[in-house]
Design a protein around this ligand. Structure first.
Ligand SMILES: Cc1ncc(COP(=O)(O)O)c(C=O)c1O
Length: 367
């Protein structure tokens, strides 16, 4: 769901990206992104999906022969490894059972054993499992290593829960437009600490479009290096305004409440959370009960009610459904999705008391 303010602005005639009107917009967006990322440094914007900025966070940070540490707790953790491989970077995986958060001590142990590791790659929120990783604790460990940076994919973290980049000492923070930023897909964002910018200077991996140094120079002139997705920039100015108007703290609290209501409903229905130990406030992954086909349940949400929920990927395929509550959502949206889930589960033969999930959600929302 996207806010109508954003959709309407994006429908306006397209401005030219080398004219003062666009530069003014760019300047506003730069400030808004610094507020959202909680950093004094520049937040670079690329016309690409989130993976583009992830790729840049490998090709601009590392140099030939560097070693990386990769937290693999789901599909997107695996992606860090795949990108490293594509650039010929040797990496040490920290494999985490799907649905679990990484143990920061494992990262501490790996860095102690090999302090030459140049970068630690992780997610803030692993969207494929619904688990939240302990980024603050990981940052505390990584900070102790002068030549190591921490790179965090916060594509479903930024604008959902607090990730104060500068305060925690995160070196590279990545996000994308289509999640809590309440925009269509097509923009990716990345901010770097001073420590990370030093690594950019020595990086000698191939790069062209995702060249951070080139893009920084352009951004400082309120420009993009190449033709940007102008209508998305126009939408971004609006969504950043909405976020600032609501206030970051209130945005985090809203997500906390929506997540808490969804989890309470799931438990009240006798269902289990997939990431029960460390659930992210971005989405709730629910284990599909025994005897129910997960793929069919997911499809019925849309066929019957026009509601989009996601299924599981790879090893979680057919076993979970994922309910998003990040971005342009409020309490009643959650009540609606839970009500739909109850009706579908009842129809598919799962035994429970109808209305129990909705009641539990409402109770949390009214607290
Ligand atoms: C945590 C995380 N990382 C990376 C990605 C990939 O982003 P994109 O599909 O925009 O390239 C996603 C997309 O869902 C994500 O949730």
């Amino acid at each position: 769901m996207l806010p109508p303010e954003v959709l309407l602005k994006m429908a306006e005639p397209i401005m030219h990206h080398r004219e003062p009107e666009f530069e003014k917009l760019f300047a506003e967006v730069r400030e808004g992104l610094k507020y959202l990322f909680q950093t004094k440094n520049e937040v670079l914007i690329f016309t690409s999906s989130g993976t583009g900025a992830m790729e840049g966070a490998v090709s601009n940070i590392l140099a030939k022969g560097d070693k990386a540490l990769v937290v693999r707790g789901g599909k997107f953790g695996e992606r860090w490894g795949e990108i490293c491989k594509a650039f010929g970077i040797e990496f040490i995986p920290i494999d985490v059972e799907w649905g679990r958060a990484v143990d920061p001590q494992k990262i501490g142990g790996a860095l102690k054993a090999d302090p030459s590791i140049r970068a630690v790659y992780t997610q803030a929120s692993e969207t494929s499992t619904g688990a939240k990783h302990p980024v603050k604790e990981i940052a505390e460990i990584a900070k102790r290593y002068e030549n190591t940076v921490l790179v965090v994919d916060a594509i479903t973290g930024i604008g959902v829960f607090d990730i104060p980049m500068d305060q925690w000492g995160i070196d590279v923070l990545v996000s994308g437009s289509q999640k809590a930023l309440m925009l269509p897909p097509g923009l990716s964002f990345v901010a770097l600490s001073d420590k990370a910018w030093k690594l950019v200077e020595r990086s000698n991996l191939p790069k062209f479009y995702f060249d951070f140094k080139k893009e920084l120079k352009s951004a400082q002139k309120n420009q993009n290096s190449f033709t940007p997705a102008i209508s998305l920039f126009v939408g971004l100015r609006e969504s950043l305004k909405l976020i600032r108007r609501e206030g970051l703290e209130a945005v985090f609290q809203r997500h906390e409440k929506l997540a808490a209501a969804t989890r309470a409903a799931v438990k009240a229905l006798g269902l289990e959370l997939y990431a029960s130990n460390s659930p992210s406030n971005a989405l709730t992954a629910v284990k599909v009960p025994e005897g129910i086909q997960g793929g069919k349940l997911k499809n019925l949400f849309f066929e019957r009610f026009g509601i989009t929920v996601a299924g599981g990927q790879d090893q979680a395929k057919g076993k979970i459904i994922r309910i998003a509550h990040l971005g342009y959502y409020e309490g009643l949206d959650m009540v609606m999705v839970i009500s739909a889930m109850e009706m579908l589960l009842r129809e598919m033969g799962y035994k429970f008391e109808l209305g129990k999930g909705v009641k539990a959600a409402e109770e949390v929302l009214m607290e």
